[in-house]
Structures are given as structure tokens and as C-alpha cells.
Design a protein around this ligand. Structure first.
Ligand SMILES: Cc1cc2nc3c(=O)[nH]c(=O)nc-3n(C[C@H](O)[C@H](O)[C@H](O)COP(=O)(O)OP(=O)(O)OC[C@H]3O[C@@H](n4cnc5c(N)ncnc54)[C@H](O)[C@@H]3O)c2cc1C
Length: 386
């Protein structure tokens, strides 16, 4: 087991925690620095559970038998009321279930909240993180796990920013008890889709906010992709109810009233009845712009970019979280294999992780642009459609 090595991880979401628990499992000392002073655990929606996440939990010794809800088939709802069925077994979990499991496994005294990285310095084999409050932390390795708006990336690759893909995902969560029994029967324990011109909506059941898997205490999780022009429409969608323009998303409870009303009216005019009812039952919808991001390098001497800080695959790949886990597993392996040479470990790690990131990035774009998900080609015009 490696000893006397220290890693500084910037960002305390899933990439940061995967990295933290896995590097600790091979003897590294790890401190995670998270910008948000508040708990992250009550936020977030659904995540498709992929094998890399389970593998990371296995390696770290985190129990994973109660992580999600199993769906055994897909339903494609048709305009005429019929349903196309496709057998497919998947486990659906939630962001907060994964976050809580990882967080419980990482020592609180090494998870520092309210710490916003503003700069970094590399000196020989050491790297120092500098925070907004003036404090510093030095280690053998710094991991930028600080997501789509990564400060680490902005320092090292200042011209690489996420690009808006031409559409947003409206999202929502509905407690099982809040949906009428007839609609709930269609939606429960299945991946359900409705595809139509230039758009599609999907839903699956995920654990409750308290991680409950008990029927009646779980949540329906939906995502609806809608095209908006970047120059003329997006600004309005991303302006919250207080008039503040947000970077990429509006959290639950913060959508502007007129945008929320327009989304709800649009749902009634274009969706099939079960999805209309699901959206009507949603108390606090939220919205995220769909982004594309890829970088040419993930390693800069003793600094590495990981997770969404490096590559953002579109959500159709269902791979952001599993990529975060895969990045962290590979980093742990590389540091173990090159125990005495961190630079060599990082070089070896980077090659495969760049290939993985580029593959998922391209695959997400293809899925978004093909006839199945024909986004970005034609725009929905509110005045014509509602
Ligand atoms: C609260 C929350 C809820 C989410 N819910 C979902 C979901 O329901 N479904 C889904 O598929 N994905 C969700 N995601 C995104 C998902 O976590 C990522 O797509 C994926 O797991 C990769 O995560 P990441 O850790 O690389 O990036 P992110 O999850 O974006 O995390 C980056 C973290 O870095 C922190 N950070 C940013 N800048 C700094 C800085 N300068 N200094 C210190 N810290 C910084 C941020 O506060 C954030 O916690 C959510 C993310 C967050 C933060």
C-alpha cells in the first residue's frame, strides 16, 4: 500500500468523493475542498446505475445492495395510446443516494466545505491550492473535480468552456404518493419514453429523498428535452424567479413563473396523457442546459482534471457519473502501479481517460443529433406551439 502521499481534491461532489474514497483505499491521505458551504445531499435527481459505479463501491468497501430501483423493461408510449415494449434490465438510483453513500465513507474531518479554490501553484513535486478565504493546502497531487465550471480548468486551459448544445432538459421529481394510481401503474419500475418531433421525454422511478426503496416512498424522475435558440431564447429560460441570469441551470423552486407556466402549457399541448399528468403533479420543476465539453489534456504536471471538469457527455449516454467513477478507479490503479513516480502514473492515466472522455463526448453528440433524438435541427417556437 502507498504511504506518505497527499492528494488535494477540489470539488466535493461525486468525482471528488470517488477519488477521495479510492485513493484513501490505497493509502493516500486525501483532503476534499468543496466550494458550497451547504450540504449538497438533498439536491439532484435520477442517475442510471452503471457497472463502474458498482466497481468503485466494491473497491472502496461500500455496500451497494440497496442503491436503486430495478426496471426490467422500457415502454415507448405512442400517440394512439398503444405501447411498444422492450425488455431491458437497469438499476436506477439517485444522485443523493450515491452522494450520501460516498460521503458516509469519507472522513468528515477531511471534507472541507465553504472552500473555494481561486488559484494554484506548482513547485517541483508539490502543488499548492489557494482558497478564496486566503488559506492554502499543499500536496503531491491536486485533482480538479470541480465540475463543468471548473476553476482548475479555467486556470490551466482558459479557452476551454462548456458549449450549449442547442437544447435544455426540463426535469422534475414526483413523490409516488402524489401521482394518480392509473398513471403510476404505467410509470412504476419501468423506463418510459415518449418521442415526438424534435423532442423526447423519459421517466424512471428512483429512491426517495431519504434513500428509501420502499414502494410508495420513492420518486418518479423525469427529463424532457426541448430546443431553445442560444441567442434569442436561452437567456430567458436561464433567468430565475429573482431575475438573476444563471450559468447553466435553474434549481428546483427557482424557475421564473412565466417560464414554468409556458413549460406546463406546452406539456399539455404536445405530450401524451401520462406525461401530462406527471408534469402536473410536479411541484418544483427545474431546468439544465445540455452542454458539450472536451479537453485536449487532463494532466498538467502534478494537476489532473477529472469528471465533468474535463469532459461532459450529453445525458443520453447516461455516463457522466460512471465516467467519474471510471476516472477515479483508473487513477487509483495508475498511482498504485507507479507508486514511486506520480508523474509517470499521471501520464499513463491520461491516455486512456482522454480516449474514454472523447468516446463518450462523441457518442452523446451522435445520440443527440440522430433521428432518434433530433435536436438542434429545428426549434420549438413558443408563440406557434402553445
Ligand atoms: C448538487 C448536485 C446535484 C446533481 N444532480 C445530478 C443528477 O440528479 N443527475 C445527474 O446525472 N447528475 C447530477 N449532477 C451532476 C453529476 O454529479 C455530474 O454530472 C457527474 O457526477 C460528475 O460530477 P463531478 O463531481 O465531476 O462534477 P459536479 O457534480 O458538477 O461537482 C463539482 C463540484 O465542485 C464544486 N466546485 C466548483 N468550483 C469549485 C471551486 N472553485 N472550489 C471548490 N469547489 C468547487 C461544486 O460546488 C461541485 O460540488 C449533480 C451535481 C451536483 C453538484
Amino acid at each position: 500500500m502507498t504511504v506518505n502521499r497527499k492528494a488535494i481534491v477540489i470539488g466535493g461532489s461525486l468525482s471528488g468523493l470517488f477519488t477521495g474514497v479510492l485513493l484513501r483505499s490505497v493509502g493516500w491521505e486525501v483532503d476534499i475542498y468543496e466550494r458550497s458551504p451547504r450540504t449538497l445531499s438533498s439536491r439532484g435527481g435520477g442517475v442510471v446505475l452503471q457497472p463502474d459505479v458498482v466497481e468503485a463501491f466494491n473497491i472502496a468497501g461500500i455496500p451497494h445492495d440497496k442503491l436503486g430501483v430495478v426496471a426490467t423493461e422500457r415502454y415507448y408510449l405512442q400517440d394512439n395510446g398503444s405501447i411498444q415494449r422492450m425488455p431491458m434490465r437497469q438499476t436506477l438510483t439517485s444522485w443523493n443516494t450515491l452522494y450520501n453513500h460516498l460521503k458516509r465513507h469519507f472522513p468528515d474531518e477531511h471534507y472541507h466545505q465553504g472552500k473555494s479554490l481561486t488559484n494554484l501553484q506548482q513547485q517541483g513535486e508539490q502543488v499548492t491550492a489557494i482558497f478564496a478565504d486566503g488559506s492554502k493546502a499543499t500536496g503531491d497531487l491536486l485533482i480538479g473535480a470541480d465540475g463543468s465550471t471548473s476553476t482548475v480548468r479555467q486556470i490551466l486551459l482558459p479557452t476551454y468552456d462548456p458549449m450549449y448544445a442547442g437544447y435544455v432538459g426540463y426535469r422534475g421529481l414526483v413523490d409516488e404518493k402524489d401521482l394518480d394510481p392509473e398513471t403510476a401503474a404505467i410509470m412504476t419500475e419501468r423506463f418510459v419514453f415518449y418521442q415526438f418531433r424534435n423532442s423526447h421525454i423519459l421517466q424512471y422511478v428512483i429512491p426517495g429523498e431519504d434513500e428509501s426503496l420502499e414502494p410508495g416512498k420513492r420518486r418518479f424522475n423525469w427529463v424532457w428535452y426541448v430546443n431553445y435558440d442560444r441567442d434569442t431564447e436561452l437567456r430567458r429560460i436561464l433567468t430565475d424567479k429573482n431575475g438573476k441570469l444563471r450559468d447553466y441551470s435553474i434549481p428546483p423552486g427557482m424557475m421564473a413563473d412565466d417560464v414554468e407556466r409556458e413549460m406546463r402549457d406546452y406539456a399539455q399541448s404536445v405530450l401524451v396523457e401520462p406525461f401530462q399528468k406527471l408534469i402536473t403533479a410536479t411541484k418544483e420543476p427545474f431546468v439544465q442546459s445540455i452542454l458539450d465539453l472536451g479537453v485536449p489534456n487532463m494532466v498538467f504536471d502534478r494537476v489532473a482534471l477529472i469528471g465533468d471538469a474535463a469532459f461532459i457527455p450529453r445525458p443520453h449516454t447516461a455516463a457522466s457519473v460512471s465516467k467519474a467513477a471510471a476516472n477515479a478507479i483508473a487513477l487509483m490503479d495508475a498511482l498504485q502501479e507507479n507508486e514511486h513516480n506520480v508523474n509517470n502514473a499521471l501520464k499513463a492515466w491520461e491516455l486512456d481517460q482522454l480516449a474514454l472522455g472523447m468516446h463518450l463526448w462523441k457518442r452523446g453528440q451522435d445520440l443527440g443529433e440522430t433521428s432518434q433524438f433530433i435536436y438542434g435541427k429545428e426549434k420549438w417556437q413558443p408563440s406557434k406551439s402553445v
